[in-house]
Design a protein around this ligand. Structure first.
Ligand code: PHE
Length: 436
């Protein structure tokens, strides 16, 4: 794949970028961190971060990718140089590649859990089981390293095989069909929760904003998750942007992606919390939330074994369309250095696989990788991208490259990118360090 290949249309780009954005972040992570950080106020801060930081940074990332038409390192260094600034801006891309690998280390483990639940659903292991047994079966998985290792390895292998073939070749099409089906399933689960869960308790939990529960750490996690869920701050969207067709409008594209991503996360949360309250589970039970609440729904539903199998398969596929974008920036970078795609793909995925093994055997590694990437590396990467586009590049270049005209829309974005987003990120960092 070379940089003059582009996606067939703006729509294929939207699908690929949505495929990257929608994944475990929406269905697994968002509900469980919302549960841990107390609900409503956390959700509100997360939504504000998507709107005021995520969307503007995403426009900037796609613009850099499209203008540079290369991997994140080269795009940033060549645009930096062309603007008469330093080529060292490429370092932002390099740190992003590292962040992608670090995310892949724990992401592939969780995707492995989803695969394990495909098998569990298929075999009917939790069918019509009592809630305690469903809870136990997740803790049993956590205490079976070899079972996790097996599925984690399978997931890494599938990711590598797809990336080795080139990302513009196949994911567009599969995402096209599977994402709407996944969304349909989430709506089905939402319907189940409505009839069988404590829906009003779920609504109150997710949307009542009690700011007294909001800690500075919660604000940092909400911002970090806005980056994580939109695949921002590490070059994934930038790498995809390199194949963005001609002059298609970036602004509208980004709004579509962000809206789809947010709606899916909110629906996933609303499918789970009513079940949490109706079954006396704790919202803050951690990473097992999805793997306990949803099997409860499937175990009681007519045809639940079938629906459960398909659902976890779809979640695994959603994870796959995200994991390929975690590896792609590094592969694109090595490809420019004449490393064969197959070697770089299997090499990088191999490193991530090893990190995943560490995550499986040492829970602290899992938590540390999750925390450092989502809450520190991605927001820092996003800050650097906002500063790069908003301050290092000239306004004329940006105006031309971003293709949003020169009217109100551009002016608003330009202002938010130059002031609001960077200041917001810095304040949240300072606040979480207890410096303000
Ligand atoms: N956005 C993906 C998800 O929500 C995860 C991801 C993060 C993918 C960063 C690429 C880059 O599951």
């Amino acid at each position: 794949m070379t940089a003059n290949v582009t996606w067939k249309s703006r729509w294929t780009f939207i699908l690929a970028a949505t495929g990257s954005a929608v994944g475990l972040g929406n269905i697994w992570k968002f509900p469980y961190i919302t549960g841990e950080y107390g609900g409503g106020a956390f959700v509100l801060i997360y939504l504000a971060c998507i709107l005021l930081i995520g969307i503007p940074v995403m426009i900037a990332e796609i613009m850099v990718g499209r203008a540079g038409r290369s991997d994140p390192v080269d795009s940033m260094s060549s645009l930096g140089q062309a603007a008469g600034k330093t080529a060292n801006w490429g370092a932002v891309g390099a740190i992003g590649i590292l962040a992608g690998l670090m995310i892949m280390m724990f992401y592939s483990v969780v995707a492995g859990w989803a695969l394990d639940y495909v098998a569990q659903s298929l075999s009917g292991s939790y069918h019509q089981a009592p809630v305690e047994q469903i809870e136990k079966s997740f803790s049993e998985l956590l205490s079976s390293p070899y079972e996790q290792l097996f599925w984690h390895s399978i997931f890494c292998l599938i990711t590598a095989s797809i990336v080795a073939g080139g990302v513009t070749n196949g994911i567009g099409k599969s995402v096209d069909i599977l994402m709407p089906v996944l969304f349909g399933f989430l709506l089905l689960l939402l319907g189940y929760s409505w009839f069988n869960g404590d829906f009003s308790a779920g609504l109150h939990f997710m949307f009542d904003t009690d700011f007294s529960k909001l800690t500075s750490e919660a604000v940092l996690v909400a911002m970090g998750h806005a980056f994580f869920t939109l695949s921002l701050g590490m070059g994934a969207i930038m790498a995809y942007g390199a194949y963005f067709p001609g002059k298609a409008s970036i602004g509208k594209t980004v709004l579509t992606i962000a809206a789809l991503d947010t709606v899916i996360a909110l629906v996933a949360g609303m499918a789970m919390f009513p079940l949490v309250f109706a079954n006396d589970l704790t919202p803050g039970q951690g990473p097992g939330l999805m793997f306990v609440t949803l099997p409860i729904a499937f175990s009681n539903m007519g045809g639940g074994q079938f629906f459960g199998t398909i659902f976890f398969a779809l979640v695994s596929i959603a994870a796959l369309s995200s994991s390929i974008s975690l590896i792609e920036p590094g592969v694109a970078w090595l490809e420019k250095r004449d490393v064969k795609r197959v070697f770089s793909t299997f090499g990088l995925t191999g490193i991530a696989w090893l990190g995943g093994v560490a995550c499986i055997f040492y829970g602290e590694v899992f938590n540390a990788l999750d925390y450092i990437t989502a809450n520190i590396m991605l927001p820092l990467g996003g800050l650097m991208i906002a500063l790069f586009v908003g301050r290092a590049l000239s306004k004329n270049t940006v105006e031309e490259e971003v293709g949003m005209g020169t009217g109100m829309l551009f002016k608003c974005w330009w202002f938010v990118l130059r002031y609001l987003a960077p200041i917001g990120i810095i304040l949240i960092f300072l606040n979480s360090l207890k410096l303000i």
